[in-house]
Design a binder for this molecule. Structure first.
Ligand SMILES: [Zn+2]
Ligand SMILES: [Zn+2]
Length: 294
């Protein structure tokens, strides 16, 4: 039973969530149905985390649940605010439904599913570089380290990002799609797929992926990304796909199990508000991130 579930749960849950969202498009209520699918995914993953955890010790409380949820809400809130202000700064006029003419070179007359694949792959280029810069460029690592400071992976730290980190990735991911003139339908699908794959990526469930890990950012790959060893952690930057990791040489998929002892080798305050302020504090680079000296 567990063995069969370990193979089917990742693709099965993703397909069910996509079907629920598609049905929402048919009924012209994509946002409502996306939220239903998201809730279904959260409940299913939570149950599976109890039933067949990848690392049972990761099911123990680390005292970060409140901070995880608070970062998630603040990040979502700031992105929503950005969407609202996008009208004021003229960005919203770039986003039009498929039926209306766009501004860029995007092939709006192609089948929607092909456009969605193109949208995910091209946005991924911006998301990849936003994430890679978050590791390689110290001013951004100050923000991104909040995501990496957790010592266990489970669905509740999916959205644990400093809100500045979230805004940088959204801007870089969306800039490409807006520049190319992708229609609103593609943006909605991209947001839904990113939300589903993001929660799957962080789940603490014993799953098997096989060739799926050659294409998608699976939990198996993302656990290496949370390694304390930067030779492993500065790899697998993809958000949904690992296409750009494969092309730029940052893809790893070792055959042995990833480390249980994950996190960062530097101080991170335990409280939510201190974590929000932490990136703005003055500190010396090599003292605070000893592994960067290697
Ligand atoms: Zn990262
Ligand atoms: Zn992560």
């Amino acid at each position: 039973m567990r063995y069969a579930l370990s193979w089917v749960s990742w693709p099965g849950l993703l397909i069910i969530c996509m079907l629920i969202t598609s049905y929402g498009f048919v009924l012209d209520m994509p946002v409502v149905f996306f939220n239903l699918a998201y809730l279904f995914l959260a409940v299913s993953l939570y149950a599976l985390e109890q039933f067949m955890p990848h690392e049972p010790v990761w099911n123990e409380d680390d005292g970060q649940t409140f901070a995880n949820i608070a970062h998630t809400l603040l990040s979502k809130g700031s992105v929503q605010t950005l969407v609202i202000f996008s009208t004021a700064i003229g960005l919203a006029s770039l986003v039009t439904p498929m039926a209306e003419p766009g501004h860029g070179v995007w092939p709006r007359d192609w089948p929607l599913w092909i456009q969605v694949i193109m949208g995910v792959a091209s946005a991924e280029f911006g998301l990849y570089w936003a994430h890679r810069l978050g590791h390689d460029w110290y001013p951004l690592w100050r923000f991104h380290s909040i995501h990496h400071s957790v010592t266990r992976l489970w669905i509740i730290n999916t959205g644990r990002f400093h809100f500045v980190d979230s805004i940088v990735s959204i801007l870089l991911g969306m800039a490409i799609l807006l520049g190319l003139g992708a229609p609103m339908e593609v943006l909605i699908w991209l947001s839904a797929i990113t939300a589903f794959i993001g929660m799957l990526t962080h789940c603490n469930i014993e799953m098997r992926f096989g060739p799926l890990s050659w294409i998608f950012n699976t939990p198996g790959l993302h656990r290496w990304h949370h390694s304390r060893d930067i030779k492993e952690g500065n790899k697998n930057y993809g958000e949904n796909l690992v296409l750009w990791d494969q092309l730029f040489g940052t893809y790893i998929n070792p055959s042995h199990r990833p480390p249980v002892n994950i996190g960062i080798n530097e101080y991170m305050p335990p409280g939510f508000l201190q974590q929000l302020a932490h990136p703005f504090k003055r500190r010396k680079r090599l003292e605070s991130r000893p592994d960067a000296a290697e």
